[in-house]
Design a protein around this ligand. Structure first.
Ligand SMILES: NC(=O)c1ccc[n+]([C@@H]2O[C@H](COP(=O)([O-])OP(=O)(O)OC[C@H]3O[C@@H](n4cnc5c(N)ncnc54)[C@H](O)[C@@H]3O)[C@@H](O)[C@H]2O)c1
Length: 352
């Protein structure tokens, strides 16, 4: 049984719902938030969960194994490092850090303490991605040709009434760092690593500091070509993914926040036969989806049965991709990965 403290009760409430779906694996002991009324409401006044407001008190409790950081982005790195130094394993919401330099500090703390950090990318978990993995493992997909992603969501003024959002200081980035990061993680996980990036970004929807629209092109190391269209000015909210392989095309529905759970179409082409695709699809059992799937994989990893968990390296790569996209958009050039310390935005991209 893994004993958990959740820090931050906004998205932390959805994490709690995920832990509650796995009662044989996780026991949530604390919900910590400066706003204790909000924290209590998030737990539905569950008497087994202590409501506290002091992060240090939670970190010093020897009973806690896993600290789940659901705080605003500027607090991620400092709190993750403190949790590691207190001997805890850590779940950290996206974005794990505000620059590659900050991520390197987290990496150093991981190496020093031997703790584990699991960045949150829960969109990866669900039936459709298990099916796509099974098709790829069965050799039916073949070479990846192209893919496209749409993160077309809607965010209006009330969303930005939360002080940290929409600002370089508090949010550290816009739709690329906070929203499309999920679909970019999925594409990187399936088709990556990314080799080259060309991008445009702009603020066209809301009166905010950070970007809310983007057009991104990626060339993967495999040669696959990927395009990503991002806006926070769409109606209604939709996420779409389409991946064209030599042997089949995989096309998502439009479920914005759980793309793996919508209706997908897997259509054979070339030498692949549809009946073989359908046979593989029929054999895939529905896994836990979303946060429950993400957390189930962490419990496996912490009991030496890993392989499906989101790794710290996945989180680092997500920040490297954002760094490359901002570099390309600002400097108007094609950017090659990996991003080294010599790149201007390695230590941060907030305008002075
Ligand atoms: N994975 C996802 O799908 C997803 C969805 C939404 C948000 N997020 C991420 O989760 C993080 C939090 O976002 P949110 O929407 O829940 O934000 P939020 O502002 O709604 O909630 C953050 C909470 O942290 C609390 N807090 C701030 N400083 C604190 C401190 N020092 N000690 C204790 N509590 C403190 C605040 O009181 C607030 O209740 C962000 O990084 C965001 O990008 C991820």
């Amino acid at each position: 049984m893994i004993k958990v403290a959740i820090l931050g009760s906004g998205i932390g409430k959805a994490h709690l719902d995920g832990y509650r779906r796995l009662p044989e694996r996780f026991d949530v002991k604390f919900m910590c938030d400066l706003d204790t009324t909000r924290a209590a409401a998030a737990t539905e006044n569950d008497p087994k969960i202590q409501i506290v407001s002091d992060i240090a008190a939670v970190l010093s409790d020897p009973d806690i194994d896993l600290v789940d950081v659901c705080l605003p982005p500027h607090l991620h790195a400092p709190v993750v490092i403190k949790a590691l130094e207190a001997g805890k394993n850590v779940v950290c919401e996206k974005p794990i850090g505000r620059s590659l330099a900050e991520v390197a500090l987290m990496q150093a703390a991981i190496e020093k303490t031997g703790g584990k950090v699991f960045p949150v990318f829960q969109y990866r978990f669900g039936l459709a991605f298990s099916q796509l993995s099974a098709l790829m493992e069965a050799g039916l997909a073949g070479k990846a040709l192209v893919a496209s992603a749409e993160t077309h969501w809607n965010r209006e003024k009330p969303y930005y009434d939360v002080a940290w959002r929409g600002t370089w200081e508090g949010e550290s980035g816009g739709a690329l760092l906070g929203h499309a990061i999920h679909s970019h993680d999925i594409l990187s996980n399936i088709l990556g690593p990314v080799a080259q990036v060309a991008a445009f970004t702009d603020t066209r929807v809301n009166d905010i500091e950070v970007e809310d629209c983007a057009a991104v092109s990626l060339r993967m190391e495999s040669g696959a070509l990927v395009t990503s269209s991002v806006t926070l000015g769409a109606a209604p909210d939709t996420s779409r993914l389409k991946l064209c392989f030599e042997g089949l095309t995989a096309e998502s529905g439009s479920n914005p926040y759980a793309p793996a759970e919508g209706i997908w179409h897997f259509t054979a082409r070339g030498a692949t036969k549809q009946e073989d695709v359908d046979r593989v699809l029929a054999e895939v059992a529905a896994p836990y989806a979303g946060f429950a799937g993400f957390l189930d994989a962490i419990a496996d990893a912490l009991s030496d049965n890993g392989g499906k968990e989101v790794t710290f390296e996945d989180g680092r790569r997500s920040i490297e991709l954002v760094t490359a996209i901002y570099t390309s958009a600002r400097e108007g050039r094609l950017v090659q990965l990996p991003i080294g310390k010599e790149e201007a935005l390695y230590s941060g991209w907030s305008p002075a």
